[in-house]
Design a protein around this ligand. Structure first.
Ligand code: IMO
Ligand code: MG
Length: 419
């Protein structure tokens, strides 16, 4: 399951629905920059690191090698879930190969954003610096904690390296970075208690006929390679990353579900070609409660971007789509879909590599009549208003991908399964 836009597509809800028929749920990239909101009955859960699958009893939930794991917040999330009645004993595993995200990564992320002329608008969770250390071959992995002395040395090295970099950035108040060696070692045994070979576990699970769900975070337009660089996150969010980030071969993936909101949102900086004019932006943000689950920032809203959606379907090889939050559009008299971009160089219909050209481009919009009826109680495709079905048909046509599910509300049961 992969986000098809700029993140916040409603992946948490879709994982929650799919988890029911899965035995193992694994995350393969990203870290606490994700904010997956799931409503179960009257309760709301916002999960940042632990896979959303934990909300279904008995499912095994794994953090793959491709994630950057922040151990202290991870255990806070773990303990909070248990305090709310979710039993996690024996259910959570963490890859021995996963890299640790440490307090200095967070401080570096924030310090750089503070100083930079071109701000990315990151979530401030330390994601970029943690993946830099990984690619720079100086990261600390879960497996490195096995030997306590070795772990201490690596953590001290990391802290001192970060101290020097922070000094260059003019930051001398290190806050929680000072104690990070001790605070990390304090959770060492607990973390090692969850450590496993995730790839092997999934491989054996598949051999034994188990259903495995790989849960993507962020989205295609935030992918390090395929997104609107440099306004992206630092991991491979697209479907190809699901295999390498969980440690299985790509031939084991037989279904790639793209999750796309019925409109578009973006939080953080960078172009949003189908952006709504201010008044409409405000309206959709309110209707869709579009505020960041991780940072609380208001999300910018746009019409459904058909150019991005088609690109996304191609880059990920989507075999099906889940279109979420259709109900948010229920009251609108007319709805638009972006079908191409007008740039300084002319009209283009393929998502461009040149992010700057996107910044000055304008979306060419196709108008569709709204349905102006509530879809919240609909559970079958044929019961959706005719104009809503026409809207979904157009999305299917543009992406050349069948729609498998349509979300019509935040609750677990507010979903239309398309046979
Ligand atoms: P979920 O999983 C939406 C955005 C940030 C910023 C850029 C880089 O909930 O869909 P980072 O902290 O990753 O270095 O920030 O990516 N971003 C997200 N936007 N949903 C997310 O996760 C995001 N995770 C990161 O706003 O623009
Ligand atoms: Mg989010």
């Amino acid at each position: 399951m992969v986000g098809g836009q700029w993140g916040d597509e409603g992946k948490g809800k879709i994982v929650d629905v799919l988890a029911e028929e899965s035995d193992i749920i694994a995350r393969y990239q990203g870290g606490a920059n994700a904010g997956h909101t799931v409503h179960v009955g009257e309760e709301e859960f916002i999960l940042h690191q632990i896979p959303s699958g934990i909300l279904h009893p008995g499912k095994r939930c794994l953090m793959g090698n491709g994630v950057v794991l922040e151990p202290i917040q991870f255990f806070q999330e773990y303990d909070e879930a248990e305090a709310r009645g979710i039993s996690l004993e024996g259910r959570v595993g963490v890859s021995l190969r996963a890299h640790l995200l440490l307090p200095y990564h967070r401080l570096l992320d924030r310090a750089r954003e503070g100083k930079s002329a071109q701000k990315i608008g990151t979530t401030g969770r330390g994601i970029g610096p943690a993946y830099e250390d990984k690619a720079g071959r100086r990261g600390v992995r879960v497996v490195d904690l096995l030997d306590e002395e070795e772990a201490r040395n690596r953590l001290v090295e990391g802290r001192e390296r970060a101290r020097a970099k922070l000094a260059e950035l003019g930051i001398s108040d290190l806050g929680d970075v000072e104690e990070c060696v001790e605070t990390t070692l304090a959770v060492r045994e607990r973390l090692l208690g969850l450590a496993t070979d995730v790839g092997l576990e999934i491989y054996e699970g598949l051999k034994a006929g188990k259903e495995v769900l790989l849960e993507g975070a962020q989205g295609t337009a935030l992918d390090l390679d395929h997104g609107t660089y440099p306004f992206v996150t630092s991991s491979i969010t697209t479907a190809g990353g699901a295999a390498s980030g969980s440690g299985i071969g790509p031939s084991s993936l037989h279904r790639v579900l793209g999750v796309m909101k019925a409109y578009t949102t973006r939080v953080g900086n960078g172009p949003l070609p189908s952006a709504l004019p201010p008044e409409m932006d405000e309206k959709v943000r309110t209707l869709g409660a579009e505020f960041g689950a991780t940072t609380g920032r208001p999300r910018r809203c746009g019409w459904f971007d058909g150019v991005l959606a088609r690109y996304s379907a191609r880059v990920n090889g989507f075999t099906g789509l889940a279109v979420t939050k259709l109900d948010v559009l229920d009251t609108l008299p007319e709805i638009f879909i972006a079908t191409s971009y007008r740039t300084a160089e002319g009209e283009i219909s393929e998502f461009p590599a040149d992010t700057r050209s996107l910044e000055t481009s304008e979306a060419v919009l196709e108008r569709m009549p709204g349905w102006q009826a509530s879809t919240a109680e609909v559970r079958k495709l044929e019961d959706l208003p005719r104009n809503a079905r026409a809207y979904l048909d157009r999305i299917r046509e543009i992406t050349d991908t069948p729609i498998e599910m349509v979300g019509v509300g935040t609750r677990r049961n507010q979903i239309v399964h398309v046979a």
